[in-house]
Structure formats: structure tokens, C-alpha cells
Design a protein around this ligand. Structure first.
Ligand SMILES: Cc1ncc(COP(=O)(O)O)c(C=O)c1O
Length: 360
């Protein structure tokens, strides 16, 4: 920000939101709601029209056997995660978190006086999910945080990996907090909801958002799907905090959910093009990076620049005016990496890579 204020061009890869604007027909949905005076209090858990549209979506697209009463409309994925941990985790209990992980998770768990226990995803993939989870679990373990596609790595857990995590959760009587914020951004393989597995709906709290799928980050709308007793916890944390999402926003949400599959697929093609451009460039520069299967982040190993990711980020910023996020921000297993978002214009990706080629 300082560099930009001084007039320098900064190639921005540090963001975490869609590069496109919200579609016109969704904005018109809100305008219509305002014109029709849909501006009064809505039920705290959401307007029935939106809740039932969501229930239908999760049944058809996620294969989660939810009905309307299992759905709550919330202020984005963040409020869903807050409510999920608040309803599931008691003081001194532990939550297994695949790591690197999305930064706020640790604090959300700490806010319940619980403890996040980091489970290296690399180790789980090498040694198997069951044995690895077993190594980090104990009698205080209460839940597993399962984010797919993942922020910051772009990793997508396979259906078999979800099955292994589900088997462990069932064996140990654990709750799964599933974070599926990037469900519509998958480039390799397919998105798979862990709550669709037999016996898992009852022990899962699945968090979704309209932020990433429909470019609606600033609207603050998402939804969470769960059965009792978790739904009561989610309802209470909502009722006594925000008391629901703004009514016209919810009507726009009904419209957003009607977005055609063609549009979602077109978005995926546009992101894939950006991913491939960035990945080829980073690997050419010797910043080794696995091709992320989902989300819109690349997480290259930058130890050839500096093994301290904060220093590496400084170096990229100072020498090449390329802004990224240091991997350490996503926990100790993110050290030695930088997070680049490819949710930006093709021109910015080309110009940023060019600057890295010239200045690194
Ligand atoms: C993994 C993950 N989960 C949830 C969210 C929540 O997003 P929102 O609160 O905008 O729905 C984000 C946003 O960056 C995210 O990266």
C-alpha cells in the first residue's frame, strides 16, 4: 500500500477474492427486492424461499440429504465457521486441522477456548489419512476441520480421502466442520462433500458461501448446513449477533443460486487459464509449485529466495513490486512458501511474471 501510494506499480497477487464483478442479473435481483419493499426484518435463519432453494441445491449438487430446516443463511462462510465451532467445541477440547490452513481457523477455535492441533496434509497424503489423524488425536479431540478446495494450497481432497477422514470421524465419534467455500472452483477431479457419505450428514457442519462462486464477497452472504444439535448452536450465535442477513441481499441470493451451470463452467475455464499461466511462469523461475487442483491460489516453494517466507515476500515486493502473502501466515507448515492468487487479469499475471524474470 505504501509503494502504491508512492506512485509505484505493484503487481498484486495477495488478494483472496474473485477478480470479476457480481453479475448484473444478481444486482438486478436486489434492485427488484428494494423496489418491492422487501426491506423488513426477515426470519433470523433466512427467508424460506432462499432456504428451500439452498436445500435443493445441496441435495442435487452436493448429494447432502438436507431439508429446509437443516439450512441457515449467514453473513458469509466466516459466520458459518464461527457458529460451527461455537456449537461444536467446548473449552479444552481439540480440533484436528489439516495444515497449512486458512488463517482465521486457529482463532475461531481459540475463541471457544479450544485448541487447534495441526495435522500436516503432506504427511496425511504420504502415510495415509487414518494413521496420520490417529497420531494427532487423543481423548480431548472433538472435531476435524476439513477444507476442500483448500486455501492456501489449492489442494482438493479426493473422494477416497474424504472417505478415510469420515471413517476416522465415525470411529472416534468426532464432528466434521467442512469448509467448502471454493466448491465451484475445481480444475482437476471433482468437488466432493464429506457430508454426502453414509452416516456423515448427522456429524457434519458444512459451510458454504456465495462469495467465491458468484463474486459476491462484499455482499456478506453464505449458508451452513447441519442437523441438530449443531443447528441450534448456529441459530443462537446468529440470533444474538447479526440476527440474520439483510433482506434484499437474501433476495439477490435467490437469484444468484439460479446461475446456470454454463456460467459457472465458463468461470472455471477463465480461472484455469490464469492458473496455467501463473504456474508455468513460477516453475520456469525455479519457484517449484504443484499445480493447484482448485480455489485460486498457487503456493510455491520459495526457499531458493529465502527460507523465511516473510523475508521472501519482502524481497519480491522490493525487487519486483510483486505482492504476495507469506506462507507462515497459514501456520508453520506454510513456511518456505508464498501464496499467489491467480484471481486477477491475465495482463497482471504476465506483467508480474515479467517483473520477477527481470528482477529476481
Ligand atoms: C477457506 C475459506 N473459508 C471461508 C472463507 C469465508 O469467506 P466469506 O466469509 O467471504 O464467505 C474464505 C474466504 O477467504 C476462505 O478462504
Amino acid at each position: 500500500m505504501e509503494l502504491r501510494a508512492s506512485g509505484a506499480t505493484v503487481y498484486q497477487f495477495e488478494g483472496g477474492e474473485p477478480y470479476m464483478h457480481t453479475s448484473e442479473f444478481i444486482k438486478e435481483g436486489m434492485v427488484r427486492a428494494l423496489a418491492e419493499n422487501k426491506t423488513c426484518y426477515a426470519p433470523s435463519s433466512g427467508i424460506p424461499e432462499l432456504r428451500s432453494a439452498i436445500a435443493e441445491k445441496v441435495r442435487n449438487r452436493n448429494q447432502i440429504p438436507a431439508s429446509t430446516q437443516d439450512v441457515i443463511v449467514l453473513n458469509g462462510g466466516m459466520q458459518g465457521l464461527f457458529g460451527a465451532f461455537q456449537s461444536a467445541v467446548n473449552p479444552d477440547e481439540e480440533v484436528l486441522v489439516f495444515s497449512p490452513y486458512w488463517t482465521p481457523i486457529k482463532d475461531l477455535i481459540a475463541h471457544c477456548q479450544g485448541k487447534a492441533v495441526l495435522v500436516p496434509t503432506v504427511e496425511a497424503r504420504e502415510r495415509g489419512f487414518g494413521p496420520t489423524l490417529d497420531r494427532y488425536a487423543n481423548e480431548r479431540t472433538r472435531a476435524i476441520y476439513f477444507n476442500t478446495p483448500q486455501n492456501p494450497t489449492g489442494l482438493v481432497f479426493t473422494a477416497d480421502e474424504a472417505r478415510a477422514v469420515a471413517a476416522f470421524a465415525q470411529e472416534r465419534n468426532l464432528i466434521v466442520v467442512a469448509d467448502e467455500a471454493y466448491e465451484d472452483l475445481v480444475y482437476e477431479g471433482e468437488h466432493f462433500s464429506i457430508a454426502s457419505l453414509p452416516g456423515m450428514f448427522e456429524r457434519s457442519i458444512t459451510v458454504f458461501t456465495l462469495s467465491k462462486s458468484y463474486a459476491m464477497t462484499g455482499w456478506r452472504i453464505g449458508y451452513t448446513v447441519a442437523t441438530e444439535p449443531w443447528m441450534t448452536g448456529l441459530r443462537k450465535t446468529t440470533l444474538y449477533s447479526s440476527n440474520g442477513v439483510s433482506t434484499p441481499t437474501q433476495w439477490a441470493g435467490v437469484v444468484a443460486l439460479s446461475t446456470s451451470q454454463d456460467v459457472l463452467e465458463k468461470n472455471v475455464r477463465a480461472y484455469r487459464k490464469r492458473r496455467d499461466l501463473l504456474l508455468d511462469g513460477l516453475n520456469e523461475l525455479g519457484l517449484h509449485c504443484e499445480r493447484p487442483a482448485g480455489a485460486f491460489y498457487a503456493f510455491p516453494d520459495v526457499t531458493r529466495i529465502n527460507s523465511n517466507s516473510r523475508e521472501a515476500a519482502e524481497i519480491l515486493l522490493e525487487r519486483a513490486q510483486v505482492a504476495t502473502v507469506p506462507g507462515i501466515v497459514f501456520g508453520e507448515h506454510g513456511e518456505g512458501h508464498l501464496r499467489f492468487s491467480f484471481s486477477t487479469s491475465l495482463e497482471t499475471i504476465e506483467a508480474g511474471l515479467d517483473s520477477l524474470r527481470r528482477n529476481l
